[in-house]
Design a protein around this ligand. Structure first.
Ligand code: S3P
Length: 175
């Protein structure tokens, strides 16, 4: 198994990055950090509150600062990013500089939108379907820059996706 590999999971809102990261960390028995949760803990505010009260620009600054802190801890092998983090050039540079492998969880807009609507989490940047679809289309070109692409079909469970990543990216063998 490729024990030393460190990865970041990217992809659009609602694709399931955090859940896949959780299963993957338990399969690999390694340390995982969710960037949004990390920011919420350090700022003692929810991401929605930060965006609504301080604006998206400030949120992006916090995202980069916190990403930098997380990357410094070499023991963290799996990082689940928020959907916009990988679209920022500075963040991509920081991730590459530290030699992490990027994994894009790719899915259809309709699948992501369904999950966004079903989720209890407030996402201020996904206010309505038209605006969110536009964001989805604009971001495709950035997600494409990831090292690995995994197509998330709606019939696959998050556990099955995590298992696929463990097998293909980390060369983990399951009996
Ligand atoms: C964002 C995605 C969110 C969160 C914030 C902004 C985005 O994370 O970071 O609301 O710009 O796509 P999820 O992808 O986990 O929803």
């Amino acid at each position: 198994m490729d024990r030393d590999k460190r990865i970041v999971l990217t992809g659009f809102m609602g694709v399931g990055k955090s859940t896949v990261a959780r299963f993957l960390a338990s399969l690999l028995d390694c340390r995982r950090v969710d960037l949004d949760s990390f920011i919420e803990q350090s700022e003692k505010k929810t991401i929605a509150e930060i965006i609504k009260t301080e604006g998206e620009k400030r949120f992006r600054q916090l995202e980069t600062e916190n990403l930098q802190t997380i990357l410094l801890n070499e023991k963290t092998q799996i990082i689940a990013l928020g959907g916009g983090a990988w679209t920022m050039e500075e963040n991509r540079r920081l991730i590459k500089e530290r030699n992490l492998t990027t994994v894009w969880l790719e899915s259809s807009f309709e699948h992501c939108w369904r999950n966004i609507r079903m989720s209890k989490r407030e996402r201020p940047l996904a206010k309505n379907k038209i605006v969110t679809r536009q964001l989805f289309e604009e971001r495709e070109k950035f997600y494409c820059l990831a090292d690995w692409h995994f197509i998330i079909k709606p019939d696959l469970t998050s556990f099955e996706i995590a298992k696929k990543i463990a097998e293909e990216v980390f060369s983990l063998k399951f009996d």
